[in-house]
Design a protein around this ligand. Structure first.
Ligand code: UDP
Length: 428
């Protein structure tokens, strides 16, 4: 793998040296950013112990500026699936000129708060696990004259928004070759882009050493029927309830397990159904913190096209039925799964229910898809990203050349300079 770094050498443990501080910027917009950020944090702590301090900060909440502080709460409503406004917004803004223009236009409002945020959370290395703030972050570093290493870990699998590839970062970790091509298309030097895969929590890899029977027993699930696991991301999004009702109506010989996430309405509605006598027993959970066990216990996953859940399913070797995708950034996830024959795209309720029944009844097809899913897995992505970030912080001199802001709209030119001349008073 080529990179802009010389090959890092293992550094000797210097007891006297202070720990290296890493600031991980993410947001609870969906469940995926937190899960992926935590995965990398855990690897850093595991590998580097007390030589490292990793701080996770929800960048929108910590900006302390309305409406950004409300983004995590509004996210489920903003992305209500199949929403045309979301698609239009994604399409209209998905080019670097627009990302730059929006960043310059909003700078007078968010520039000072983002600089203050960086001052409140001093760090040797800053890592963004979210697309939206990246260009503004790069402007803030420039404004403050900071040359701390800055990395971006892209968490969309294929059709990642241009904002992930804002110029100014030293390192871009991306999940697939397709996202690497996008990064290069938006002007990132290809040597700066490492295809690492999506960071998946170590517990998913560990769970694979367990037998399916053991996982079922740990979850108190009888081991008598194939298990179909339904997940709608962290927020239980999409028409999950209707899909499950349609599957129950078809009475396949399978056990259905639904993880409703933070969708309390869905959980309560399905819990009312689960008490009924049926050839297709239904088990309902709310938000779980042991998804790896549920995936290990399952034979089939039915999910919205969330990149984290899909990456976890690859590690777990599960065939995937995708019942919905967020237009724009999740569209490519569907292509990725279907083109590699690791799953089925079933956007209508009837199609999804038929696909479940077909896979329940065809164990050979299930196994073939499971193998192809496994082949797409990057089980050690989080570990690899952690090592790359450590190398960035430990030996910034390994950097062959500095990153720089590439895209500056003509009419925005001079703006930062004038701000620089006025010098933001960050102590206020
Ligand atoms: N997740 C979880 N417990 C739940 C539901 C979801 O830990 O009850 C995790 C799931 O394992 C995945 C993330 O939440 O890591 C969902 O991410 P994804 O990208 O699939 O969807 P998002 O919620 O971000 O739209």
């Amino acid at each position: 793998m080529t990179s802009v770094f010389k090959e890092p050498q293992p550094s000797p443990h210097r007891i006297s040296s202070p720990p290296k501080r890493f600031l991980f910027l993410f947001s609870d917009t969906g469940g995926g950013h937190r899960a992926a950020t935590q995965a990398v944090k855990r690897e850093m702590e595991l590998f580097y112990g007390d030589r490292v301090v990793v701080e996770m900060v929800d960048v929108f909440v910590e900006l302390q500026r309305w409406p950004m502080t409300r983004f995590p709460d509004w996210y489920p409503m903003m992305v209500s699936l199949k929403s045309i406004p979301w698609w239009v917004m994604f399409r209209l803004t998905d080019w670097m000129g627009c990302v730059a223009a929006v960043s310059y236009l909003t700078w007078p409002y968010v520039g000072r708060p983002i600089c203050k945020l960086l001052q409140r959370h001093p760090a040797d290395v800053i890592v963004s696990f979210h697309g939206v703030p990246n260009y503004t972050l790069a402007l803030a570093f420039q404004q403050m004259g900071w040359r701390n290493p800055f990395a971006i870990v892209t968490l969309d699998m294929v059709t990642a928004h241009a904002s992930w590839f804002a110029p100014g970062a030293d390192l871009y970790c991306v999940p697939t070759e397709a996202t690497k091509r996008l990064a290069v298309r938006w002007g990132v030097e290809k040597e700066r882009v490492l295809v690492t895969g999506m960071p998946v929590r170590r517990s998913f890899t560990d769970a694979m050493s367990m037998s399916r029977e053991a996982a079922r027993s740990a979850l108190n699930l009888p081991d008598d029927l194939p298990v179909v696991l339904f997940v709608g991301g962290g927020q239980g999004l999409g028409p999950l309830g209707r899909v499950i009702q349609a599957v129950v109506d078809r009475r396949p010989r399978a056990r259905l397990v639904v993880i409703a996430g933070r969708n309390r309405d869905l959980q309560e509605k399905l819990q009312a159904m689960s008490g009924m006598e049926s050839t297709t027993p239904l088990h309902v959970e709310g938000f779980v913190s042991n998804m790896e066990l549920w995936m290990r216990a399952a034979d089939i996953l039915v999910s919205k096209a969330g990149p984290n859940t899909i990456s976890e399913a690859f590690v777990a070797g599960l065939p995937i039925i995708l019942y919905a995708a967020l237009p724009g950034q999740e569209t490519g996830n569907v292509t990725h799964v279907v083109d590699h024959d690791a799953g089925i795209w079933a956007p209508q309720v009837k199609q999804a229910a038929d696909a479940v029944v077909a896979l329940v009844n065809d164990s050979a097809r299930r196994e073939a898809m499971a193998q192809r899913a496994r082949a797409l897995a990057y089980p050690f992505a989080a570990e690899q990203i952690a090592q790359q970030l450590w190398a960035l912080g430990e030996s910034p001199q390994l950097l062959l050349r500095p990153a720089k802001i590439l895209h500056r709209p003509l009419w925005g030119r001079g703006f930062l300079e004038s701000q620089g001349a006025a010098k933001l008073n960050l102590e206020q």
